[in-house]
Design a protein around this ligand. Structure first.
Ligand code: DC
Length: 208
């Protein structure tokens, strides 16, 4: 069984995806981490994320084994990730990694939950269940700010909101695989939902 969960940053995709995977005994892949891994490797090698050739070369070296680096959560990594995510050659390389994960989930799991921006549209268009998870920009910025403060990263709401809006615009506006709901995706707005309610709503749709 393949379940795809797409949507903008901090809409609640990751929490929902992990809970569905645990509940259904499926493997879980946060595909954003692959793009972050490309960004992080570039930064660590002193390369410029604006260098599409270097980004493509690095993307061909990134795999599932690169997703446990603590630096993946840094804001600098997120910014580099959103830049490299626009390069077709980067997406091409990571597409193979994601498709391989879906076709051969680790630990012999009977399927996978994958979250990202283009999973239901491009990576797994034949998935069994697709979700497009959204929430208002204000609430997503508030959630991200909380996350950052909990991690001890000093931040202010107005800056998080501005960065998130810029990231939304880049993710939705790029030519290759822009953020968009698949035609057959269930739309789930988590603005007024807590994680338990979002999980219950998604599970009900799957069981139906
Ligand atoms: O979800 P995230 O913030 O970890 O994603 C990091 C960046 O990668 C984000 O700018 C969008 C991009 N991304 C993408 O283009 N396609 C995906 N399937 C997942 C993430």
């Amino acid at each position: 069984m393949i379940i795809t969960i797409d949507g903008p940053a901090a809409a609640g995709k990751g929490t929902l995806a992990r809970r569905l995977a645990d509940h259904l005994g499926l493997a879980y892949l946060d595909s954003g981490k692959l793009y972050r891994a490309v960004g992080l490797k570039l930064l660590r090698q002193g390369l410029d994320p604006a260098d599409a050739g270097a980004a493509a070369r690095i993307a061909r070296t990134v795999g599932i084994g690169d997703l446990d680096e603590p630096g993946l959560d840094d804001e600098a990594t997120a910014k580099a990730a959103t830049i490299v995510a626009a390069y077709p050659k980067v997406r091409e390389a990571l597409l193979l990694v994601q498709r391989d994960f879906a076709a051969h989930p680790p630990e012999n799991r009977p399927g996978a939950v994958i979250d990202g921006r283009d999973i239901g549209t491009v990576v797994c268009p034949d998935a069994d269940h697709k979700f497009f998870v959204t929430a208002s920009l204000e609430i997503r910025a508030a959630r991200r700010l909380n996350e950052l403060l909990e991690r001890g990263v000093e931040s202010i709401h107005s800056r998080v909101l501005r960065d998130m809006k810029a990231r939304d615009d880049r993710d939705s506006g790029r030519q290759t695989s822009p953020l968009a709901p698949a035609n057959d995706a269930h739309l789930l707005d988590t603005t007024g939902l807590d994680p338990d309610e979002a999980f219950a709503a998604a599970l009900a749709l799957i069981e139906r």
